[in-house]
Design a protein around this ligand. Structure first.
Ligand code: G6P
Length: 367
């Protein structure tokens, strides 16, 4: 292999550990830290005319897109439509003039995403891509290329590409908000400051690796695992479940915490671990009340939160994972780390092939 594993046992672990560096590397081309400004690599590109954003992607990249939907709507007040690429073309999506179609892909080659890109182009949309391979087909066919600088990702289950995608999407959301006149220079400076803190917070999150490894055996014996989150932690719950099923072959589902009572709560018993992703903040209390519904039914909870959150709600949990206290904008990047590490250590405990899971491919070039 051209890329070495260094001191790590698997590429996936190496790539998880690279995140502080590659996120910093990626942010460097979007943040002007001294000026406190966010800019895109194509400065002449005007975003203020964008009336609607359509996001299309597959797998982990799709979950990055789901996080971005929250950001684009909240900060830039732009309506966002999002779909998995394999569904997008076939539902006859309505794309009006003045729309931006945004495609997210580590490889830039995923067949479904590429077909969706060509469809949106034929419908007159402006095509933006967030890709990690700058020479890829999607990069070549885009009007607006927004690269991630994650470096080659070898592990089939995506990790560092995801957090780098989030970094770029946060920059794009900020830029859209700026183009719409919704940010004061002080707002923008604050956002730059928060984003610039992401690499250090990712490092701090990695410090919990050993305690996550120590609890992995409690999950490794489970047949089903649920992940719950609200707001941007909902896509993270989906990503956590995807990571776990991809590499440990344990059935896992991610659910919006508030939706649990409409179905998955029927699954809860003492054999179903429930991973709750809940940084302290405006949605914390609501998520905790969903967590208590799980506990009242004998469910075993692993709570991932910050110190304040764990102090407030960690008492009856099977385990807790303490994250650094971070601004909500960078929380999805930081909380990605414990869900990746948990999946990794559970897979190692089960002895599965972490870097080459059965039936999966790194880049899927058939529709
Ligand atoms: C495959 C990989 C996933 C990845 C997805 C999308 O399923 O195993 O890790 O998230 O493809 O790939 P892309 O290159 O388009 O991001």
């Amino acid at each position: 292999e051209l890329v070495s594993k260094g001191n790590h046992r698997h590429y996936m672990l190496k790539e998880i550990y690279e995140q502080p560096i590659v996120v910093a590397q990626t942010l460097r081309s979007y943040l002007q830290q001294l000026e406190g400004r966010v800019s895109l690599p194509i400065p002449e590109f005007s975003l203020n005319a964008i009336k609607r954003v359509t996001i299309v992607a597959c797998g982990t990249s799709y979950y990055a897109g789901m996080v971005a939907k929250y950001w684009f709507e909240q900060f830039a007040r732009v309506p966002v439509d999002i779909d998995v690429a394999s569904e997008f073309r076939y539902r006859a999506p309505v794309m009006e003039p003045g729309g931006l179609a945004l495609f997210i892909s580590q490889s830039g080659e995923t067949a479904d995403t590429l077909a969706a890109l060509r469809h949106a182009k034929a419908e007159g949309q402006t095509i933006a891509v967030v890709v990690n391979v700058p020479t890829s087909t999607m990069a070549r066919e885009a009007d607006l290329l927004l690269p991630t600088h994650a470096g080659p990702e070898i592990g089939v289950a995506s990790t560092k590409a995801f957090t780098c995608q989030l970094a770029v999407l946060a920059a794009l959301a900020t830029n859209l908000a700026q183009a719409k006149g919704l940010l004061t220079p002080e707002d923008e400076r604050a956002i730059v400051r928060h984003l610039a803190e992401a690499p250090a917070s990712l490092n701090a999150a990695l410090a919990y690796d050993e305690s996550i490894a120590a609890m992995a055996h409690t999950i490794a014996g489970a047949r089903d695992v649920l992940y719950l989150g609200r707001g941007t932690d909902y896509p993270l719950a989906l990503e956590g479940a995807l990571k776990l099923k991809e590499i440990s072959y344990i059935h896992a589902e991610g659910y919006a915490a508030g939706e649990m009572k409409h179905g998955p709560i029927a699954l809860i018993d003492e054999n179903v671990p429930v991973i709750v992703i809940a940084p302290s903040g405006p949605l914390f209390d609501k998520t905790v009340s969903n967590m208590q519904e799980v506990q009242a039914r004998g469910g075993k909870v692993v709570l991932i939160s910050d110190y304040d959150g764990i102090q407030a709600a960690g008492e009856n949990c099977m385990a807790t994972i303490t994250m650094p206290k971070v601004h909500p904008l960078i929380a999805p990047l930081v909380y990605a780390v414990p869900v990746q590490l948990l999946a990794y250590h559970v897979a190692v405990a089960k002895g599965t092939d972490v870097d080459q899971p059965r039936n999966l491919a790194k880049s899927v070039t058939v529709e």
